[in-house]
Write a protein that binds this ligand. Structure first.
Ligand code: MV4
Length: 447
C-alpha cells in the first residue's frame, strides 16, 4: 500500500480523501492555493504545499506545480478528487510518466469517455442502448438536417467534448436547427477548444439515473446500486437519492446487470459512473464519468463500501475487496448539496462562517470542510457541505433528513439549507414522482 498520497483538490472532497487515507495508515500531502491556506483539509494534512494564487488555472489546474509538490514531498501516488484535473487524461499520463501512481482509471478510458461521440459508440459495443442520434459529429447544416430528419424532432445539439449539461441546445424544427448549429459550434469551440457537435433525439420527461460501479481491471466488477439525480437546476444537482423512487425491482435489476456487464467488458479499473436517461421504461446511456462523484456517499451509505478506499487499494494493485454477493444494498439514502448561495436567487455568498454546528445522531453523515471562523473564499465552486442521511425506508430517510436540516446551524453566510427544507416538505417530492424538469417548476412556484 502507498505510504504517502498527494490530494490534488480542495474543500470537502479533499477532506473526504484525506479521511480514507488516514484510516488506511497513509500519510497525506495537501496542495492548496493561497486562498485555501486555512482550509480544514490543509490543517489536517501531514504535509502541505502551496501551489499558486487563487485562480484554479494557476493552482489546482497547474500540472507542473502539482507534480513538483509530489516530487519534493516524496509522495507515491496522486488522487485527483473530482472536477479540476480528475478527467484530464494528459494529467493522468503525466502523473505516471513522472513515476507516481494515478489513483483513477487508465488514461485511455478517461480519453475515450471524454469524447461523448466515441463514448456512445463504445456503449453500443458494450451492450447498452443509447439515445437515437447522429453516429458522428455533424459538420455542416446539410449533415445536421439529414441527421435530424432520421432521428425526428425535437433534437438536442451536444458538444462532443462537453458533458454534464455544458454546451447543449435544443432545436424543434429545421429553422431552429439552422439558427442553433453555428451557435452550438462556436460555443463548443470557445468552451472546449473543439467545435465538434452531435445530435440526439430530445427526450421529453426523462429521469436522470446513474449507476455506481467499481472495477479492478483484472476481472473484478461490482455495482453499488443506482442514484436518482433528477433534481437539478442549471445542470447543478441539488439532491440525490438511492434507490431511485421510480424503479420497480425488475427494472432496477435489468439496469444494474447491464451496467456491470458493460464495465466488465470495458476492463475498467477504479470507480466510475454510467449515466442514463430513463423514460417510458427504457434506459438510454448518455455519458460515463471516469471519476469519483460528489454524490458517492449515498452509495456508500446503502452498501457499506468505502469507495475511496477501494480506489486506493485498486490503484496500489490489489483486487477488489468485494464480490457482488458480499454486498447487500440496505435502506434508503439521500444527499443534500449545501451551497454558500442565496436560497432564492442562487447568488454566491462567500464570507466568514460566524457560527457552525453540524447535525449528528443515527444515520447522519456530514462531509464538509467548514468550521467556525472559516472564510469561504469567492474563487471556487460554492458547495460547502453535503448532508447525507440513511434510513431503513425512504419515509424514515426523509423524516431523518428533515430533523437533520433543522439541527444544521451555519451563520454569517447564506446557504441553501432553507431551500432543502422546503423541498423535503413538498408533497410531490414525498411521492418521489419528479422528472428532470420538476425542480425548475418547484423553484418558480415561489421564486
Ligand atoms: C438530454 C436530455 C434530453 N434528451 N439528452 C443534461 C445534462 C447532461 N448530462 C445531459 N442532459 C440532458 N440530456 C437527450 N437526448 C435532457 C438533459 C437534461 C437534463 C438531464 C439530467 C438532469 C437534468 C437535466 C436538465 C435539462 C436537460
Amino acid at each position: 500500500m502507498f505510504e504517502k498520497v498527494l490530494i490534488a483538490n480542495r474543500g470537502e472532497i479533499a477532506l473526504r480523501i484525506h479521511r480514507a487515507c488516514h484510516e488506511m495508515g497513509i500519510r497525506t500531502v495537501a496542495v492548496h492555493s493561497t486562498a485555501d491556506s486555512q482550509a480544514m483539509n490543509v490543517r489536517l494534512a501531514d504535509e502541505t504545499v502551496c501551489i499558486g494564487p487563487p485562480p484554479a488555472r494557476a493552482s489546482y489546474l497547474n500540472i507542473s506545480a502539482i507534480l513538483s509538490a509530489a516530487a519534493i514531498t516524496g509522495a507515491d501516488a496522486i488522487h485527483p478528487g473530482l472536477g479540476f484535473l480528475a478527467e484530464n487524461a494528459d494529467f493522468a499520463e503525466a502523473v505516471e510518466e513522472h513515476g507516481f501512481t494515478f489513483i483513477g482509471p487508465a488514461p485511455e478510458h478517461i480519453r475515450l469517455m471524454g469524447d461523448k461521440i466515441r463514448a456512445k459508440a463504445e456503449a453500443v459495443r458494450l451492450g447498452l442502448t443509447v439515445v437515437p442520434g447522429s453516429p458522428e459529429a455533424v459538420r455542416d447544416l446539410g449533415d445536421a438536417e439529414a441527421a435530424a430528419r432520421a432521428i425526428g424532432y425535437p433534437v438536442l445539439l451536444k458538444a462532443a467534448a462537453g458533458g454534464g449539461g455544458r454546451g447543449i441546445r435544443p432545436a424543434r424544427d429545421p429553422a431552429e436547427l439552422a439558427g442553433m448549429l453555428p451557435l452550438a459550434q462556436a460555443e463548443a469551440r470557445a468552451a472546449f477548444g473543439d467545435d465538434a457537435v452531435y445530435l440526439e433525439r430530445f427526450l421529453d420527461r426523462p429521469r436522470h439515473i446513474e449507476v455506481q460501479l467499481i472495477g479492478d481491471g483484472r476481472g473484478g466488477t461490482i455495482h453499488l446500486g443506482e442514484r436518482d439525480c433528477s433534481l437539478q437546476r442549471a445542470h447543478q444537482k441539488l439532491l440525490e437519492e438511492t434507490p431511485s423512487p421510480t424503479l420497480d425491482p425488475a427494472a432496477r435489476a435489468r439496469l444494474l446487470e447491464l451496467a456491470v456487464a458493460a464495465l466488465h467488458r470495458l476492463g475498467y479499473k477504479s470507480a466510475g459512473t454510467i449515466e442514463f436517461l430513463y423514460e417510458d421504461a427504457a434506459f438510454y446511456f448518455i455519458e460515463m464519468n471516469t471519476r469519483l462523484q460528489v454524490e458517492h456517499p449515498i452509495s456508500e451509505m446503502i452498501s457499506g463500501v468505502d469507495i475511496v478506499k477501494e480506489q486506493l487499494r485498486i490503484a496500489a494493485g490489489a483486487p477488489l475487496g468485494y464480490r457482488q454477493s458480499d454486498i447487500a444494498l440496505r435502506g434508503h439514502a439521500i444527499e443534500c448539496r449545501i451551497n454558500a448561495e442565496d436560497p432564492e436567487d442562487f447568488r454566491p455568498s462567500p464570507g466568514r462562517v460566524s457560527e457552525y454546528h453540524a447535525p449528528g445522531g443515527p444515520g447522519v453523515r456530514v462531509d464538509s470542510a467548514l468550521y467556525q471562523g472559516y472564510e469561504v473564499p469567492p474563487f471556487y465552486d460554492s458547495l460547502i457541505a453535503k448532508l447525507v442521511v440513511h434510513g431503513g425506508s425512504r419515509e424514515e430517510c426523509v423524516m431523518r433528513l428533515r430533523r437533520a436540516l433543522a439541527e444544521y446551524a451555519i451563520g454569517g453566510i447564506a446557504t441553501t439549507i432553507p431551500l432543502h427544507q422546503r423541498l423535503v416538505d413538498d408533497p410531490e417530492f414525498r411521492r418521489g414522482t419528479y422528472d428532470i424538469h420538476w425542480l425548475e417548476r418547484f423553484l418558480a412556484r415561489r421564486g
